[in-house]
Design a protein around this ligand. Structure first.
Ligand SMILES: [Zn+2]
Length: 497
């Protein structure tokens, strides 16, 4: 049963304190299953994080608990390996940016609260909640109150906002990660705007206006108050020169829409009232944690080619490829995985590659340079050309065939070559732990049966899903991998002779 504590001395602590041991127990339960990293990231999302996410809707998560849980999740992803290969920050990214969609607890917590603020600010059905929010926070420095409190800068929430309410403090600090342009519905709405810390009103350096002692003393907070002085000047009545001066220096942000808009990092816009938590989550992950991975520039230099990474990752997440194989390719592209070169690096040795008997010269060895690997590529090339024309290139050995529009032949060719790379990577580890040299013919044999098993699994799956036409269209495409006989039996071909 899901328990969320209310009303006792520290309900946030009580709630999370009960969830954490439970999560640890469930993590150890899942450790018995040998899953790939991608599979484990899904387990975390689907089975483990749901309670946390529910509790986070109500409470700020104590920082130490958050840190512990995040560490436990990362350890689980890497289990049973002791040395992690790819950094957690990289795993937090979405698939299309090269990540594993591993949940980031902190950002999840932040975005669930952001979503609540966004709803309160834009949904009329939540007027009552907005009223409670306004009363809880009162009028803050600069005469700012109610909904207006949602559109300020982080420095304001950090230094000026005074509240005992931890939940809303965290929520406001979170929403400040976004660039939100507050909408202005009509010309009269300008009059009601508060002038300080408001991105609608900027100084000549393009910054929001800080409150002055003079205005604070005299209760000058709105644009209308400045306009009134201007009006007095026009009518030749006594007026406040300081305020007119201020008004003259203000630059109004005129690129404003009627509705509140979130300006995404990539230039796109989303209406605040339509934004989903998923969009908020992905935007924050991108904004805070996106860095190019060190492998990216290494590949550009190695292949002497520009690389469109989004297309590469789309290719890796090929619909035919299983999670275990995807994980292998994903780690290889990140240039950090369990291989002889890395063992040598970690242990300061110069041991030979157990497949080809040469000392691996770089992390690229097993992917591009290993003689054993390359012989397997050479012998499979005629078969690959049947699936999709064109010779095997270094780019293919690195990423597969990357094309914006994949046809059946390319999908199948990538499916097969990824399987081959997964097989080579496993064989390298087997050879590393065994005294015997790997036998080339045996491995070709093994690979034939790996492909047959994969085809049988697909057959089973599409039969179960009542989607045999799909199987016949894709897998038996061109009758190259396998063909359907008259009696309905699927006849499979050997890839290596
Ligand atoms: Zn080798």
């Amino acid at each position: 049963m899901l328990k969320v504590y209310f009303g006792n001395a520290d309900p946030a602590f009580a709630t999370f304190n009960e969830i954490t041991p439970n999560l640890t127990k469930r993590l150890s339960y899942w450790k018995q299953f040998k899953l790939s990293k991608i599979g484990k990231a899904r387990v975390v999302e689907i089975y483990l994080a749901s309670k946390l996410i529910y509790a986070m809707k109500f409470y700020p998560m104590p920082a130490n608990i958050q840190k512990n849980i995040q560490e436990e999740l990362f350890k689980y992803i890497n289990f049973p390996a002791k040395i992690p290969t790819v950094a957690q920050e990289e795993m937090w990214k979405t698939y299309s940016l090269g990540g594993l969609k591993l949940i980031n607890i902190e950002v999840k917590s932040q975005t669930s609260k952001m979503k609540w603020l966004a709803e309160m600010a834009t949904n009329n059905d939540l007027k009552l909640n907005l009223g409670i929010f306004a009363r809880l926070l009162g009028t803050q420095r600069g005469g700012i109150t109610g909904k207006d409190l949602i559109f300020l800068q982080k420095s304001y929430y950090r230094n000026q906002l005074k509240t005992e309410c931890k939940f809303y403090k965290e929520a406001l600090l979170s929403i400040a990660h976004l660039e939100i342009n507050k909408g202005i519905q009509d010309i009269d709405a300008w009059d009601r705007e508060h002038i300080f810390y408001n991105s609608l009103f900027l100084n000549h350096q393009g910054q929001t206006l800080n409150i002055t002692k003079y205005c604070e003393r005299n209760g000058i907070f709105t644009y209308n108050q400045l306009l009134q002085e201007k009006e007095k000047e026009r009518k030749k009545e006594p007026y406040d020169k300081i305020l007119i001066n201020m008004l003259d220096k203000i630059k109004i942000n005129t690129s404003i829409r009627e509705e509140d808009i979130i300006q995404k990092e990539n230039g796109e816009e989303i209406k605040l009232k339509l934004v989903t938590q998923k969009q908020l989550y992905e935007e924050i992950i991108f904004k805070i944690y996106y860095r190019d991975h060190h492998s990216q520039s290494k590949w550009v230099l190695k292949l002497d080619n520009p690389i469109i990474w989004e297309d590469v990752w789309k290719t890796v997440h090929n619909f035919l490829t299983n999670n275990c194989t995807k994980t292998t390719i994903w780690e290889q592209i990140h240039l950090n995985f369990y291989t002889q070169y890395n063992y040598n690096k970690w242990h300061r040795k110069l041991d030979i590659c157990p497949l080809c008997n040469n000392t691996p010269e770089s992390i690229f060895h097993i992917i591009l340079n290993c003689a054993f690997t390359n012989k397997l590529w050479d012998e499979i090339e005629p078969f690959l050309k049947e699936l999709h024309p064109g010779p095997v290139t270094e780019v293919e050995k690195a990423f597969g065939i990357v094309q914006k529009r994949e046809n059946n032949g390319i999908s199948l060719r990538n499916w097969i070559t990824y399987l081959l790379r997964n097989c080579i990577s496993k064989e390298e580890r087997i050879a590393y732990h065994s005294a015997k040299m790997p036998n080339f013919e045996n491995i070709k044999h093994k690979f034939n049966s790996i492909v047959h098993v994969e085809i049988k699994l697909k057959l089973l799956r599409y039969k179960n899903e009542n989607n045999m036409p799909f199987f016949e269209k894709i897998i038996t495409h061109g009758e190259i991998l396998c063909k359907k006989r008259q009696d309905g039996h699927i006849e499979m071909r050997n890839i290596y002779n």
